[in-house]
Design a protein around this ligand. Structure first.
Ligand SMILES: [Zn+2]
Ligand SMILES: [Zn+2]
Length: 366
């Protein structure tokens, strides 16, 4: 581990990413220093760069899902997978920390992803506090962070290729309660949508119809398990609706999963679900503005169930590791298309925003 440690810092919205040097931090008992192997640029980072999330304590070191090896630790650390964490281990960690476990969201409503004390590496931790993001050569894992050994069977590329989109998808599929044989529409072919396609099949879907763009992502959607992939830029609403009806006995989909993040996706998703179907919305992580819907026609008369899905919990993180370890045939690694060094992250953000690649990976040693 070099000293000083290089980190890429987002100073403020729309300001160029700049490199800063950090000293090697002192480790309090129960903490560790991770030598970063890979991190990612996800859609949230593009939103962060545009200042679309509230309450972000800029400057920040982005990168909330990352993997590395333990360079140093102080005292014993037991992973949430039950493993005894040692120096040199390949380790991953759940980016959400300081969830309090005592507030009404945590205890009464059982919605810990809405805990007000909750903090997230790379998003709600300031760069003034230290190495709390993955766009850096090292990450400080404070005491209490949920760490786990990366199973030997899981490649770094598959873990980061899935990344935070895979974690979100595991939660979304849980919320969807897919039943054996269900038909599923996935709106959006970004990192969340692509993972959701594969997980819907794992959960028992008989048929998955993906709606997205551009063509390169639709090809990957097919490789992730989509039976049909519709280009949202080259088809009309009516054509997509007809394609879904044709594939679902004229009824519409049992389950519709929203991972597009566009306001226009919501009225369309409501129309694509069958009577009595279920619609799970996970793509509106930032405010995409209002959507016009006809409540009588699209919700009430359809007896439709609508569920939101926010963030993820440690169980989704652990299930992600199990899925990756047991299903190496699913090409999560292909979502992570290209590696960028710490000095190339302005280009990485631009490429991510322009949808030139499904996901940019961050290699702090490139
Ligand atoms: Zn709480
Ligand atoms: Zn993310």
């Amino acid at each position: 581990m070099s000293d000083p440690i290089l980190a890429a810092v987002m100073r403020a919205p729309r300001q160029p990413i700049e490199l800063r040097e950090y000293p090697r931090p002192d480790l309090p008992p129960g903490s560790a220093l991770l030598r970063t192997a890979l991190s990612e640029v996800c859609g949230t980072d593009v939103h962060l760069w545009h200042g679309r999330l509230s309450g972000v304590p800029y400057p920040i070191i982005p990168g909330h899902v990352s993997a590395g090896t333990v360079a140093a630790q102080r005292g014993s650390i037991v992973g949430i997978d039950g493993s005894d964490i040692r120096e040199g281990d390949r380790v991953v960690f759940f980016d959400v920390h300081r969830t309090c476990g005592r507030c009404r969201a945590c205890t009464v409503h059982r919605t810990p992803t809405r805990c007000a004390s909750r903090r997230v590496y790379g998003i709600t931790d300031s760069a003034t506090e230290g190495l709390f993001g993955g766009w850096a050569q090292a990450i400080f894992l404070e005491p209490g962070v949920a760490v786990a050994r990366l199973p030997d069977a899981v490649s770094l590329d598959d873990y980061i290729g899935g990344g935070c989109g895979l974690l979100t998808s595991v939660h979304m599929i849980e919320r969807a309660e897919i039943r054996l044989g269900d038909s599923v529409v996935v709106q959006g072919t970004g990192a969340v949508g692509l993972s959701a396609i594969a997980l819907a099949k794992l959960a028992g879907a008989s048929r998955v119809i993906a709606i997205g763009a551009p063509q390169s992502r639709l090809a990957l959607a097919a490789d992730m398990g989509a039976d049909t992939a519709l280009d949202v830029t080259r088809t009309t609403l009516d054509e997509r609706r007809q394609a879904v009806l044709d594939a679902t006995y004229g009824e519409g989909a049992d389950i519709v999963l929203e991972a597009a993040g566009a306001a226009a996706a919501v009225p369309e998703g409501l129309d694509l679900a069958r009577v009595g179907g279920r619609y799970v919305i996970a793509g509106h992580y930032t405010d995409a503005g209002p959507a016009a819907i006809n409540v009588h026609q699209q919700i009430n008369r359809k007896h439709l169930e609508i569920r939101g899905c926010w963030g993820s919990e440690p169980r989704h993180f652990l299930r992600t590791l199990t899925i990756l370890a047991t299903r190496p045939d699913i090409p999560f690694r292909r979502i992570g298309a290209r590696r960028y060094g710490l000095g190339e992250l302005n280009a990485a953000l631009a490429d991510a925003e322009a949808l030139r690649i499904p996901k940019a990976l961050v290699d702090p040693w490139a």
